[in-house]
Design a protein around this ligand. Sequence first.
Ligand code: HEC
Length: 179
Amino acid sequence: MPTPDRTARIALLVALIGTPAAAGPNLGTPIDERDVASWDISIPPSGTGLPPGSGTARQGVSVYQQKCQACHGADAAGKPADALVGGIGTLATPQARRTVTSFWPHATTLFDYVRRAMPYQESKTLSADELYAVCAYLLAQDGIVTDDFVLDAETLPAVIMPNREGFIPSWPERRPTRP
Ligand code: HEC
């Protein structure tokens, strides 16, 4: 037989459970899909989601000179900001030079990074054609692609970076299949 005290507590519990859930703090408004789309532009190593467009290293020379050289130096050799090329083969030496071409395992990351973050002072302003061209230009500096190689959504994921095997993948099953 429940005591009166216990009966009161059970009644309180039933009353609380029965109360409709609060509507929430009522802050903000749902975000529009189109607004999400302009931010949701990350490209994984596989290249999934790369936009239409194309460019060659030859076309990338002027993009580089106008949009990048002031910070990354002539021929992308660096100064005042990072060198973007060079240093291939130095990683296992005491004078290791980590650049995009010597260190980064996937060429798709170059496109992804430049699209989101560069030019530093006016990011997200380059067209897809300019992005493919400037990436081709950087890769061609170290002979990873030729000057006339057409970089696009198909060919970029197939580019093999020199340090491709230099990382131990945490999820080997997610590694893009080799071309
Ligand atoms: C106003 C100066 C400036 C301009 C212009 C600029 N960058 Fe950069 N860039 C930087 C700085 C500073 C960093 C380092 C950013 C950081 O570490 O957060 C950087 C980093 C990078 C990196 C990463 C390098 C690494 O090894 O981590 C890449 C790739 C790159 N820039 C490419 C470009 C390209 C391509 C352009 C032209 C489309 C460009 N940048 C234009 C200043 C600039």
